[in-house]
Write a protein that binds this ligand. Structure first.
Ligand code: FAD
Ligand code: FES
Length: 256
């Protein structure tokens, strides 16, 4: 089993990429060197009235410098607190957590929707296959420049202000794209539609799921989703997203 570490990371820099969306680089001791695409870290708040750590995907890794980047949306008090941390501030983190994406050498779609886009950046950096990167936004773009040079990038916006008007599948159809494997992260309705799209075309499909978490390390069952196979841990049709996931083969999980 992969090792995980609890560390005091140090903020290298933080910037607001778009309204309420922040990019934070953290200097770690061991975590960055071990991390891979699709894994996440859990960050503790300094305000101890918020005891549970907040899970955030790893967006980019600089293993040589033992640094990692997260990109997150301010959703509540925890992420609001993180957004105030400036250069040099310390933050307690645990990681790397979860399984990460399997890396196959097949012509691929990398699909990110909204705040599901960040983990696709590190995946695009790690995969060496032919990559078509499809990014879906409501309106404001962020991170799209970072994908430049990593594959062919297609953008969809719900309001049509940039790229294809509509969602990521509209962008795939409009551009007549094909692939043998799909990797996706984003809101559940998007993942549900991608699962169906891939199944209809016989494509291998890997989805990164999100659920509210408590322990983040497989101990509390707060984060389970329904699965086809019985979980060896509980002997019911559950998978812990924090432990067996967050990345699952699409057919393994029931996302409605
Ligand atoms: C594996 C994983 C990876 C994630 N990666 C990212 C990421 O890269 N960037 C990012 O911005 N967010 C990510 N999230 C979501 C992030 O964990 C939550 O937004 C965060 O915990 C909210 O904390 P808070 O204290 O600011 O808000 P809270 O006060 O705890 O909650 C504010 C609102 O956010 C909702 N919320 C809380 N936790 C989650 C969750 N896990 N999923 C969806 N909604 C939630 C609550 O229901 C509430 O409506 C990830 C979640 C998981 C499980
Ligand atoms: S959050 Fe506790 S088991 Fe996943």
């Amino acid at each position: 089993m992969a090792e995980k570490f609890k560390e005091q990371a140090v903020v290298i820099r933080q910037e607001e990429l778009a309204y309420g969306i922040y990019s934070m680089w953290l200097k770690t001791d061991k975590i960055a060197a071990q991390a891979r695409a699709g894994q996440f870290i859990s960050l503790y708040c300094r305000d101890k009235s918020r005891m549970l750590p907040r899970p955030i995907s790893i967006c980019q890794v600089d293993a040589a410098d033992n640094a990692l980047r997260i990109v997150y949306r301010v959703a509540g008090k925890g992420t609001e607190e993180f957004s105030t941390l400036g250069t040099g501030k310390e933050i307690e983190i645990v990681g790397p957590l979860g399984n990460g994406f399997p890396k196959k050498d097949k012509k691929a779609f990398l699909i990110g929707g909204g705040i599901g886009i960040p983990p696709m950046l590190q995946l695009a950096r790690e995969l060496t296959c032919e990559k078509q990167i499809i990014l879906g936004y409501r309106d404001t773009l962020f991170l799209q420049e970072d994908f430049r040079g990593l594959g062919k990038v297609y953008i969809a916006t719900e309001d049509g202000s940039y790229g294809t008007e509509g969602n990521v599948l509209d962008a795939i159809r409009e551009n007549g794209l094909t692939a043998d494997i799909v990797y996706a992260c984003g809101p559940t309705p998007m993942l549900r539609a991608i699962k169906q799209f891939a199944a209809e075309r016989g494509m291998e499909c890997w989805l990164s799921l999100e659920e509210k978490m408590a322990c983040g390390i497989g101990a509390c069952l707060a984060c389970v989703c329904r699965s086809r196979e019985k979980d060896s841990h509980t002997n019911v049709n559950n998978k812990r997203i924090c432990k067996e996931g967050p990345v699952f083969r699409a057919e393994e999980v029931d996302i409605g």
